[in-house]
Design a protein around this ligand. Structure first.
Ligand code: BG6
Length: 510
């Protein structure tokens, strides 16, 4: 048996080699849910690991009236509730004492002058490298960027200073709005300063896709149309939209999950080896994949996409309401909480290999996985024996929650007859590596602090993804009438089964 390896902790030498100059983090939308559930706990853990040093300062900016002390207390509570490690009171006190709050209306130019005055005031001890984080509603992104530019907070004044801006999703709601948002950001910031977040790229198991493919010699030669039959990517959630109805009803599953997280998974699975593990080299290859995906005609949308909405049902024995009964959802909403589709990648590696994607809320369980089904052996000479239907080889990359990789193959059942049975070879992160890995937001914040944008989406990447998604949205806009439904707690609508069965396949049960 292999030994359990303790998950990597940054050593002193590693930290010495990768020295970070002190900086100030400015979080716009600091009173919101994302900041409290994800960003402050991530900053706390970065402090525990020694990346966020006591000289760093954190400035929360939001509309809500808080005094510094009240805001610090709120951060204290968020870290206590949501940190992956139970808080060490000394570190948490350090973190909290480095935080200051500015109550501001994002539309008010005068507030940005105040922000600049705080950052420039020697008594505030704010290091002059700036990491701006836009954790606000998306309508505020262009406004904030413009005002930062106007008060001179967007361009570094010498080569020693760095200024970076992290932009949360959703990045636009279709191709035109994404292009326009890119244009507005570029009027103020250079592309190298912009960090567009897709939190899936911060997940350990998602980063492992590249390691699995390119650090092992045995898989890559098989990773082509010659050997791969089809690929299924599932992102299933048991949660509904509760609490986020007003955002979700405008977005739907295609914009919320496919445009970003799922197309990122497709890119990582389908990309060519990059020339280096470096931001532009990796993203160049991902963009090529996105550009090779065949756009959807109106006919393709009708044939190869399915959208649906959940009805009431039961999950884990609990009754849950239907989509239309959730709060902040329009009573006649046609927004999809489920989508299934087939993608074709028109390039030499993947021509003819269908990629089936599905994602939905209120499915029976939370499970994200990528299943790669290989072609069957060209000739089966076990046919005259007791060999029932032999399942094709399947490689499953389990992204969450049971992180691991499994390989399915046929094995001989011990005994006098040649009887073949399908078995699984499993690797589980939890048993091979001990300790809790960093959360996606920790990893992404740290990379942005170092100026490494490998795990952030580039302008052309986000636009290529939107171009594809917009071709589907156009088809859907033309279709009238109600959309299919599925019972909460089921695996989605019958139409999605029919979609994949037309090609002779079935959805896997994760
Ligand atoms: C977010 C979506 O980007 O990802 C949510 O807006 C979704 O609707 C979430 O629930 C899923 O993330 P995770 O990390 O739980 O798979």
């Amino acid at each position: 048996m292999s030994k359990t390896i303790v998950a990597d902790q940054p050593t002193e030498t590693f930290r010495e080699q990768r020295r970070l100059d002190p900086f100030t983090v400015v979080i716009f939308g600091a009173a919101g849910d994302l900041a409290h559930r994800k960003l402050f706990p991530a900053l706390y853990n970065l402090m525990v690991d020694g990346w966020l040093t006591p000289e760093c300062r954190i400035l929360g900016v939001a509309r809500r009236p808080y005094s510094n002390l009240e805001f610090q207390a709120a951060v204290h509570q968020s870290v206590t509730l949501y940190s992956r490690r139970s808080p060490d009171p000394k570190v948490l006190d350090h973190l909290v004492s480095s935080i200051r709050y500015l109550e501001a209306d994002f539309n008010d130019a005068a507030q940005y002058a105040t922000l600049k005055a705080i950052l420039d005031n020697p008594e505030e001890r704010c290091p002059n490298n700036y990491l701006f984080y836009l954790a606000t509603p998306p309508s505020a992104y262009p406004v904030i960027a413009r005002h930062l530019g106007q008060v001179g907070l967007a361009r570094p004044y010498d080569t020693q200073q760095w200024i970076r801006i992290i932009v949360e999703k959703p990045f636009g709601h279709d191709l035109d709005s994404a292009v326009s948002l890119n244009g507005q950001l570029h009027q103020v910031f250079d592309e190298s300063q912009i960090y567009r977040i897709d939190h899936y790229l911060g997940k350990e198991t998602v980063q492992n896709i590249l390691v699995f493919r390119f650090a092992n010699g045995i898989f890559e030669p098989l990773w082509t149309r010659q050997y791969i039959d089809h690929v299924q990517i599932t992102v299933a959630e048991s949660l509904g939209v509760a609490g986020r109805g007003s955002y979700y009803d405008q977005a739907g599953a295609l914009r919320d999950m496919v445009q970003n997280h799922m197309l990122q998974l497709v890119s990582l699975i389908a990309m060519e080896p990059p020339v280096a593990f470096e931001a532009n080299a990796v993203r160049d290859e991902k963009v090529k994949v996105l550009r090779s995906i065949r756009p959807f005609t109106t006919r393709d949308v009708a044939d190869w996409t399915v959208r649906a909405q959940y009805e009431s049902g039961a999950i884990d024995g609990h009754e849950v309401p239907g989509y239309l009964d959730e709060s902040d959802i329009a009573s006649d909403s046609r927004t999809e909480s489920y989508v299934a589709l087939r993608l074709l990648i028109d390039n030499w590696r993947w021509a003819g290999v269908p990629f089936y994607l599905r994602t939905g809320k209120r499915l029976p369980k939370r499970a994200t996985e990528i299943a790669i089904q290989f072609k069957t052996a060209p000739h089966l000479f076990f046919q005259q024996t007791e060999t029932p239907e032999l399942a094709p080889n399947l490689l499953t990359l389990k992204i969450q929650p049971d992180e691991g990789i499994s390989l399915r193959f046929g094995a001989k059942v011990p005994g006098p007859a040649i009887k073949v049975r399908t078995v699984n070879m499993e690797f589980l992160y939890g048993t091979s590596f001990a300790g809790t890995p960093p959360e996606a937001y920790e990893r992404l914040l740290l990379d942005a602090m170092f100026g490494d944008s490998t795990l952030f989406t580039r302008k052309d990447e986000v636009e290529a993804a939107w171009a594809l998604v917009s071709s589907i949205l156009r088809g859907w806009q033309r279709a009238r009438g109600p959309i299919p439904t599925y019972a909460s707690g089921s695996w989605g609508p019958e139409e999605a089964d029919a979609l994949i069965e037309r090609d002779g396949f079935h959805w896997r049960r994760p």
